[in-house]
Design a protein around this ligand. Structure first.
Ligand code: MRU
Length: 378
């Protein structure tokens, strides 16, 4: 990811201070702030509060959290306890459990004194692999976008939901990796960016696309069906948090409705994901995937940059790209609904395989029913 002229990953480490650094996503798009995490509990807090979010990124963050835990105590009890604490931070994205399982299976077989350094080494490896995996997903996805352009001879309009970009992964993203690779290779693209209430991850998508110079338009979640009916969407591309062996895709709440609208309008619908997002133990996704229920106040309240006029000396100085620093950021929280009114906040839904045209992975693009064959691919 490029912020101004600087290349960033969403997560990196400070070897000297044995700490993990992240882009604090709760400040975006208004401020670009980084945070230093120095303990397992700080990593767990960052995942729970969505300072880091996105299925692949929370997997890598949890791996680093376990490395920090091993620095403090590398006993068997600490390993098991830390893995289960990190695993409980968010329930739906399987990358979290996948990463922790990979870490613990490796570390359990090692003597205690070498566990900490082995944990850091494996977490680094997983971070690097994530970048390479997403770059490969992006290449495959870009061929798809290019073929739409070749048939259409005009700008390809892509609709995306939530944020499946740089900041949802270590770098590149999944669905947005395809967009970046297509754009970089000269294919004219335009992205419809769903707002994605209530956490508004579309703001992150719009911010990324602007940083990268990709044409895009931010829309409310309910606009997608209308745009599809009027031929303004050529393809829908989304990420995923957990996928069953049959190709049913759990992703951010509202994805299912986009897939229904896409099918009704003959718009192809693709999910882009690393193989680590496929849960091969899952048979019935609707029954078996735990859908995270987040706090009702995320629905009742809304947050944003306070536009109230301030005296000049109190106004935040604008840094590069119009971004403020976190310390000057003034986020106002407004109440939409009285807290005596009940509100529900399921954070994910399941899109059945029958509504999905194809799944884009680092091993290529396939039909949903074909992904079971990937079980032993990694
Ligand atoms: O609740 P979030 O923001 O962590 O949910 C993220 C999504 O649903 C993304 O679409 C998904 O993780 C794919 S990220 C490459």
């Amino acid at each position: 990811m490029k912020v101004g002229q600087t290349h960033y990953r969403s997560i990196w480490t400070d070897e000297v201070r044995r700490s993990v650094c992240i882009v604090d996503q709760t400040c975006l798009p208004h401020a670009f702030a980084t945070l230093r995490l120095e303990s397992r509990d700080a990593v767990a807090h960052a995942i729970r509060t969505m300072q880091v979010r996105g299925a692949p990124l929370i997997g890598v963050a949890a791996a680093y959290g376990l490395a920090l835990a091993m620095d403090a105590d590398s006993s068997n009890a600490a390993l098991e306890e830390s893995a289960s604490l990190l695993n409980a931070t968010r329930p739906t994205a399987v990358n979290l459990a996948w990463a922790l399982k990979r870490m613990t299976s490796h570390l359990r077989n090692l003597p205690h004194q070498s566990r900490a350094s082995a944990a850091w080494a494996l977490a680094h490896k997983m971070a690097d692999e994530d970048v390479a995996t997403n770059a490969a997903i992006g290449e495959y996805g870009a061929t798809l976008i290019r073929s739409i352009h070749e048939a259409k001879h005009d700008t390809v309009n892509i609709l995306t939901h939530c944020n499946a970009g740089w900041v949802a992964t270590v770098d590149w993203g999944t669905a947005l990796a395809a967009v970046y690779k297509a754009h970089d290779s000269g294919v004219p693209v335009h992205v419809w960016v769903d707002e994605t209430r209530p956490r508004n991850q579309g703001l992150l998508t719009a911010w990324e696309l602007r940083q990268h110079g990709v044409p895009h338009t931010y829309i409310v979640d309910n606009a997608g069906g209308h745009l599809m009916q009027h031929g303004q969407v050529d393809v829908v591309m989304v990420g995923a948090d957990r996928v069953s062996m049959h190709g049913d895709v759990a992703n951010k709440i509202g994805t299912y409705l986009k897939a229904l609208a896409a099918q009704d309008n003959d718009v192809p619908f693709y999910a882009a994901l690393p193989i680590s997002t496929i849960d091969f133990s899952l048979d019935d996704a609707l029954e078996e995937i735990e859908i995270e229920e987040r706090p009702a106040d995320e629905v009742r309240l809304i947050g944003g940059k306070d536009l109230k006029d301030k005296p000049k000396h109190q106004r935040a100085p604008q840094a590069e790209n119009g971004l403020e620093t976190a310390s000057t950021l003034d986020i106002a929280r407004l109440r939409l609904l009285d807290d005596r009114s009940p509100a529900a906040n399921p954070a994910f839904d399941v899109t059945p395989a029958r509504l999905i045209t194809g799944i884009i992975t680092e091993r290529g693009i396939m039909k949903p029913h074909e992904i079971a064959a990937l079980e032993h691919a990694t």
